[in-house]
Design a protein around this ligand. Structure first.
Ligand SMILES: O=P(O)(O)OC[C@H]1O[C@H](OP(=O)(O)OP(=O)(O)O)[C@H](O)[C@@H]1O
Ligand SMILES: Nc1ncnc2[nH]cnc12
Length: 192
C-alpha cells in the first residue's frame, strides 16, 4: 500500500485537511465497525477539490484510458478524475443494475458478501485502467474490480482510494497490484 504522505506528498497540508474532514461513526452499519464517513469531506468544496486534484496530478501522465469507479462511493470520485485526466469513466455496479450484458465477480466484505458487475464491451483489450473507490479495507472489492477488468484484457495500472484501513490481508488480496491511498483511517475520539 502506497501512502501519499510517503510518496512525494509528505507535509502536504491538503492531506491533513482530507483526514480531518472524515467522520468516524462507531458501530455502523454493524456493531464493531468504525465507519469512515466521507460525506462531510465532499460537502467541503476545497477538501473535495483537493482530493480530486491529488489523484488527477498523479495519474494525468500515466496513459490511463479508463477510470473504473466502484458503486456506490467510488462513483463520488471516479468521474471527476476521469474528466481531469481525459479518460473514459466506467461504472462497476452491484448486481442487477446494469441493463446490458454483464460479467460478474463475487467477493466478501468487512460486513457481508457482495458482487460487482461490468458491461461487456465497456472496456477493451489493451485499455489501461485505474480503479477508484473511497476506501479499502480487506481489498475484496478492489480484487473483484481488478478481475473484471483483467478478464476483458485490460491492464490494471493502479488502484486508488481516499482512505486505506491497515488490514494486512488487503495487500495479499490485491495480488501485488499497486494500491495508492491518500490517508489512513481517522481515529475515533469520544471526548471531542
Ligand atoms: O476492501 P473491502 O473490504 O472490500 O471494503 C471496501 C468497500 O466497502 C465499502 O463499500 P460498501 O460495500 O459498503 O458499499 P457502498 O459503497 O454501496 O456503501 C467501500 O465503499 C468499499 O467499496
Ligand atoms: N470501516 C469502514 N468505513 C467505511 N466504509 C467501509 N467499508 C468497509 N469497511 C468500512
Amino acid at each position: 500500500m502506497m501512502l501519499a504522505a510517503e510518496n512525494g506528498l509528505r507535509g502536504d497540508p491538503r492531506l491533513k485537511g482530507i483526514s480531518e474532514a472524515i467522520r468516524v461513526v462507531p458501530n455502523f452499519p454493524k456493531p464493531g465497525i468504525m465507519f469512515q464517513d466521507i460525506t462531510a469531506l465532499v460537502s467541503n468544496h476545497k477538501v473535495f477539490k483537493d482530493t480530486v486534484d491529488l489523484f488527477v496530478d498523479r495519474y494525468r501522465d500515466m496513459g490511463i484510458s479508463v477510470v473504473a469507479g466502484v458503486e456506490a462511493r467510488g462513483f463520488i470520485f471516479a468521474p471527476s478524475i476521469a474528466l481531469g485526466i481525459g479518460a473514459k469513466f466506467i461504472p462497476l455496479r452491484k448486481p442487477g443494475k446494469l441493463p446490458g450484458e454483464v460479467i460478474s465477480e463475487a467477493y466478501e466484505l468487512e460486513y457481508g458478501n457482495d458482487c460487482l458487475e461490468m458491461h461487456v464491451g465497456a472496456v477493451e483489450q489493451g485499455d489501461r485502467a485505474l480503479v477508484i473507490d473511497d476506501l479499502v479495507a480487506t481489498g475484496g472489492t478492489l480484487s473483484a474490480a481488478i478481475s473484471l477488468l483483467e478478464r476483458v484484457g485490460a491492464e490494471v495500472i493502479e488502484c486508488a482510494c481516499v482512505i486505506g484501513l491497515p488490514e494486512v490481508e488487503g495487500r495479499r488480496r490485491l495480488d501485488g497490484k499497486p494500491l495508492y491511498i491518500l490517508v489512513g483511517p481517522r481515529q475515533y475520539n469520544s471526548i471531542i
